[in-house]
Design a protein around this ligand. Structure first.
Ligand SMILES: [Zn+2]
Length: 142
């Protein structure tokens, strides 16, 4: 992969990689990832876009070890060994599943504060896919 500076790379990230939730106009539930029908009231499909902070707390997690990785993570598994997939409760309410980076599996704790970061997820036929991963906020590691 060619080296691209982080600021340049962030500027080129399309809108869809921003953490945008859909706030239900009926009940106020923040839906993320965006869905057709509100997960809160299961009726409304009228939303307004809200930018999410990208900060949250680890609600639960699992350590993925050799041979358990889905195919899109296999290269990463070979290069990095085990890694952590966490269920993260965002400060705005939605819970999402994401890989945790910048943290050894043995240092992960439930309740740890984390923030989103955009990383390469995998590369397929020369196309690099980016998406959200989460990393501990610095004070969680002290
Ligand atoms: Zn709703």
């Amino acid at each position: 992969m060619a080296y691209v500076s982080i600021p340049l790379y962030k500027r080129t990230i399309p809108q869809r990689y921003k953490l945008i939730g859909l706030k239900c106009k009926r009940c106020g539930w923040i839906n993320f990832p965006p869905k057709g029908i509100c997960k809160g009231c299961k009726v409304s499909s009228e939303f307004e876009k809200v930018k999410l902070s990208g900060k949250g707390t680890i609600y639960s997690y699992t350590v993925i070890t050799a041979a358990a990785a889905p195919p899109e993570f296999s290269k990463q598994e070979k290069s990095g060994g085990s890694y952590v997939v966490a269920l993260i409760e965002l400060d705005e309410g939605p819970r999402i599943v994401a890989q945790l980076v910048n943290c050894k599996p043995e240092n992960v704790r439930i309740g740890m504060r984390v923030e989103s970061t955009i990383r390469k997820i995998y590369e397929d036929e020369g196309v690099v896919r980016y998406g959200f991963k989460f990393k501990p906020v610095e004070e969680s590691l002290k």
